[in-house]
Design a protein around this ligand. Structure first.
Ligand SMILES: C[S@@+](CC[C@H](N)C(=O)[O-])C[C@H]1O[C@@H](n2cnc3c(N)ncnc32)[C@H](O)[C@@H]1O
Length: 927
């Protein structure tokens, strides 16, 4: 597809509706055009160091001056996503191809990104906000929004898709994403952890169907593909056994991450909130096969997509043209090295870390790779993996072999010796004292020690109409002891203490009766810096060193104040002064402009948890200490398979013995199932259990499997299956609670009509399922939509939760999911009909909402707005900030334009007599 200059001009012409937003917010396109795209310092430096051939330079800079194409990705691990991809090809591409520009020229429809496997990534030249606002794109826009909200599509910039693709991640692996928010790459990684799972589980169910006396869905009895998929992760009846830990040090961004990843309903995911430079070691339980007392989790794959100056994103973050300063790269270099070193430490030998930035500056790229390799013991310990055979259709440049460094005052230096000479002669300046040897091209005594920078990948805007990116793959050859940072300067934060942990971890377990203390002393001696009180010292130590990102306890409900007192580490007062001190002391902070900055208003108390906002009142816990309230997390408590509630579920749903009973979890201190029962993989259970109360900040884990429901009638199970847990559980539910549906017309009726009547002969209007649902006992059941050859039949299999109440029936689906399915399967946008009694009284705004001038407004703390990434282009995939206030299942605040958010709140209908509310509104973010 011809890409390049034409799209910018065309987009401008088609901008339509410019400034026509109801709140008069400024159109993004206007601001893109307004910013002057000329910066002699930036352009001069990159012309000098990047080695772009003279004849390409004009094209190079011209590309950075255009807006980015609009791109999105289908969720690879989900069968539905492929159906959605088919819809794009068969319905929307032909429709878009008919749209013309004002000059009569046809619009370019979306096309697959040529280098992305399986046509799962697509892009189009028409800019995002033209698609959003220009009427002929309305149906396509609706499709994108609804499929994004249900997790079948992710909006993501194409270069950002590269790092996960080169990780060679295989099902069954343990993976860590060090800096994961807002989560577009983490979503890709999670999809890879689950690759082949649907086919594997299906095969396993089929293999055991006869033994277990269960029916499986129609379809081929076995396929070579299924067998192949099975081999990828064969244990645990085909369920994925791998793990993704997605981490981010920014609490609010971590919640964006949770929202992004929750759409994938993975029981193999944990989200943590730690400073990656000191990422804590995660303990594993001793097992009969592995009795070591000090077993720590090591990873097969780690992504270090580090905070960076982000100048590769100028096409999106247009203000970088005027705000760019070389001090940003200088200020971030050290943190980047630390994150990479910590990543390498936490890898298994033979494991791989992918290091990436969206910056072009060698100080953040090749220099970081070189410094980290050097600190980890050189090329003998860490291998730079060749990349020339990866993604052959992706055009890229190799890494730089030599580079110069621009200091924050704009002076360019060739070597650190040159800086030292200058300092010796003239005295160090504020700019030169920030430079360190690791930022420069490494000097090597012999060619075999030379880092093969040609294996690094550099992607530039002009090559394939993308943003800029840097990617390197490192493989850990053997364990090593990282060298301490040599150039520790006055005022810089202490080096990570992680080295000591590695020493402790790699020690043999104590013999019976032997104390652990000598091991720790020995480990202390190795580093000579720290005294580790026990094997979990890293976390406690990190909490002391970095109170800003610490202080969560997982075990019980305590305020942060309590926590500090109970831990006896520091008083609140001390903690506060330490925080202030830390902030002031952090080098380079004053001139550092980290890409992906906190969203506007981030210093507000932006963290709202369940209950916080009920009736618009901030919960006492959140009020008590506004700085620390955000750090409270409910504990993760596993419940026994023998628990009476689990037994009641087992009995009601006739659960197969093949479904594990030892992975159900609740999130409250009492450990009793109150409202929700979650499910996790076995490895996640081991991790959450083994590390409970040890200070690791787990902020998300588990898929909601059962929700408690008010029920009428004897023998009705009060635990309904949540739709996100349905795909995991459904194959193991007994026939007694299964309803099968084959006709599109039946499903369409169930999607459009909420609570269709069953009693008083109403079942006769429900077609093929009428008789069955009339006779089935009350409560939750599994609706299996089976494929068939019938002209009114389905080509794909689907499973949905269904609720049978005394008089009626209801699909337990959020309205947005119903609408998305109606659109996808029937190309239908019919408004939904609610047959429930209370809904007939009209839509009543629930507490926290008000209607003004015919518009519904969400009466929420402005911090909701602060949590949303307004103007934060990092969250390319329509980043939405989700909070969970009051009685609502979801509140989604999505960036609109300027300072505005679209806010949508939804409560999923539960049972017959409670009507749901779905209210949309707008919320102005604080100026
Ligand atoms: C480049 S962004 C990551 C983008 C993300 N990988 C994605 O694909 O959506 C860098 C992230 O690093 C986080 N961050 C900054 N410093 C960090 C640190 N010391 N430890 C962990 N995360 C950090 C920021 O909050 C930001 O979310």
């Amino acid at each position: 597809m011809a890409r390049g200059g034409k799209r910018g001009g065309r987009g401008r012409g088609r901008g339509g509706n410019r400034g026509g937003d109801r709140r008069g917010g400024e159109d993004n396109r206007v601001s893109f055009d307004k910013v002057e795209k000329n910066n002699p310092k930036l352009q001069g430096y990159y012309d000098e160091v990047l080695g772009i051939p003279e004849k390409e330079r004009e094209e190079f800079w011209a590309a950075y001056k255009r807006e980015l194409p609009n791109s999105f990705r289908f969720t690879g691990s989900k069968g539905h996503a492929l159906t959605v991809q088919k819809k794009l090809k068969e319905r929307y591409v032909p429709e878009i191809s008919k749209i013309s520009h004002w000059d009569g020229q046809k619009v370019d429809p979306p096309v697959p990104v040529e280098w992305y496997p399986d046509e799962l990534a697509w892009w189009m030249t028409t800019p995002k906000n033209v698609v959003r606002k220009f009427a002929p794109f309305a149906a396509f826009q609706k499709f994108l929004v609804s499929e994004t909200s249900v997790g079948n599509i992710s909006r993501q910039e194409v270069v950002s898709m590269i790092p996960p693709l080169v990780m060679d991640l295989k099902p069954g692996m343990t993976v860590l994403d060090m800096c994961a928010a807002p989560g577009s790459k983490a979503a890709q990684l999670l999809e890879m952890v689950h690759r082949g799972e649907e086919a594997r589980v299906h095969k396993s169910l089929r293999d055991y169907a006869e033994t277990d006396g269960r029916k499986t869905s129609p379809g081929p009895t076995s396929s070579a593909e299924d067998d192949e998929a099975f081999e990828l992760d064969p244990t645990d009846n085909g369920r994925a056994t791998g793990l993704l830990i997605a981490n981010d040090s920014d609490y609010k961004r971590s919640h964006m991450l949770i929202h992004q990843l929750k759409r994938l309903s993975s029981p193999n995911l944990i989200v943590t909130n730690h400073d990656a430079t000191m990422y804590p070691s995660i303990k594993l339980p001793a097992t009969p096969e592995n009795p070591a007392f000090n077993r720590y989790l090591k990873f097969d794959r780690i992504l270090a997509d580090v905070p960076c100056s982000g100048d590769g994103t100028m096409r999106k973050n247009v203000n970088l043209w005027k705000d760019w300063t070389p001090g940003n790269a200088i200020g971030l270099h050290q943190t980047q090295v630390r994150i990479l070193v910590r990543s390498l430490q936490m890898l298994k030998a033979g494991g791989r870390v992918v290091y990436s930035t969206c910056s072009m500056n060698p100080v953040e790229n090749e220099a970081v790779v070189a410094s980290a390799i050097e600190r980890c013991g050189g090329l003998e310990k860490v291998h730079v993996v060749p990349t020339s055979d990866q993604l052959p259709l992706l055009k890229r440049y190799t890494g730089l072999k030599h580079w110069k460094v621009m200091d924050k005052a704009g002076k360019v230096w060739s070597s650190f010796e040159e800086v030292e000479e200058y300092n010796a002669k003239n005295g160090a300046t504020a700019a030169t004292e920030k430079l360190s040897p690791g930022m420069f091209t490494p000097m090597v005594s012999s060619p075999e020690f030379a880092i093969p920078f040609d294996r690094c990948m550099r992607v530039y805007a002009h090559s394939q109409d993308t943003g800029g990116f840097f990617i390197t793959i490192l493989e850990k050859r053997t364990e090593f002891k990282a060298k301490p940072e040599s150039e520790q300067k006055k005022g810089e934060p202490k080096p990570p203490i992680s080295a000591i942990v590695d020493e402790i971890e790699s020690m043999p377990p104590p013999k019976e009766g032997e104390s652990v203390a000598p091991k720790i002393e020995a480990a202390d001696a190795l580093d000579g810096v720290f005294t580790a009180p026990d094997e979990v010292a890293p976390v406690a130590r990190q909490n002391q060193e970095n109170p800003e990102t610490s202080a969560t306890v997982n075990s019980n409900k305590r305020s942060a104040d309590d926590e500090v007192e109970i831990d006896g580490v520091m008083s609140t007062k001390k903690l506060k002064s330490r925080q202030e001190g830390d902030e002031a002391a952090e080098p380079g902070l004053e001139d550092r402009q980290v890409h992906y900055p906190p969203p506007p208003g981030a210093n507000l108390d932006a963290t709202i948890r369940p209950g916080d906002m009920r009736d618009g009142i901030v919960a006492p816990q959140a009020r008590r200490n506004k700085d620390h309230a955000q750090q409270f997390e409910e504990p993760f408590k596993y419940i026994s398979g023998e628990h009476p509630e689990v037994k009641s579920i087992e009995e009601f749903y006739h659960l197969s013995p093949r479904f594990p009973r030892d992975r159900f979890m609740v999130r409250n201190a009492s450990g009793e199932p109150a409202k929700t029962i979650y499910y996790t993989s076995a490895l996640i259970r081991d991790i959450l259990t083994e590390n409970e109360g040890k200070g690791i900040k787990f902020i998300h884990g588990g898929v909601r499997m059962f929700m408690k429901q008010d029920v009428q009638g004897d023998g009705v199970c009060k635990w309904r299956i949540q739709s996100e847990g349905m795909p995991i559980l459904e194959g193991y539910v007994g026939e007694e609670r299964v309803v099968r549906l084959y006709k599109k017309s039946t499903l369409k009726k169930l999607l459009i009509e909420m609570f269709p009547k069953v009693a008083d002969g109403g079942w006769k209007n429900l077609g093929e399922i009428g008789e069955h649902v009339n006779n089935i006992g009350m409560g939750c059941c599994v609706l299996r939509i089976e494929p068939s050859d019938d002209p009114d039949g389905f080509s794909e299999r689907m499973v949905l939760p269904l609720w049978r109440s005394l008089h009626s029936l209801n699909l337990m689906l959020a309205k947005e999911d119903r609408s998305a399915m109606l659109l996808r399967i029937f190309n239908d946008t019919t408004p939904l009909v609610n047959n429930s009694n209370t809904s007939k009284q009209g839509k009543q705004p629930a507490p926290g909402f008000k209607i003004e001038d015919g518009e519904v407004h969400v009466d929420v703390n402005p911090s909701i707005a602060a949590a949303a990434p307004v103007g934060d282009d990092a969250s390319e995939q329509a980043a939405e900030a989700v909070v969970k206030p009051g009685p609502y299942d979801t509140i989604v605040a999505a960036p609109k334009t300027g300072n505005e958010l679209d806010v949508k709140a939804e409560r999923i209908d539960k049972g017959e007599d409670t009507s749901g509310h779905e209210i949309e509104g707008q919320l102005g973010a604080p100026a």
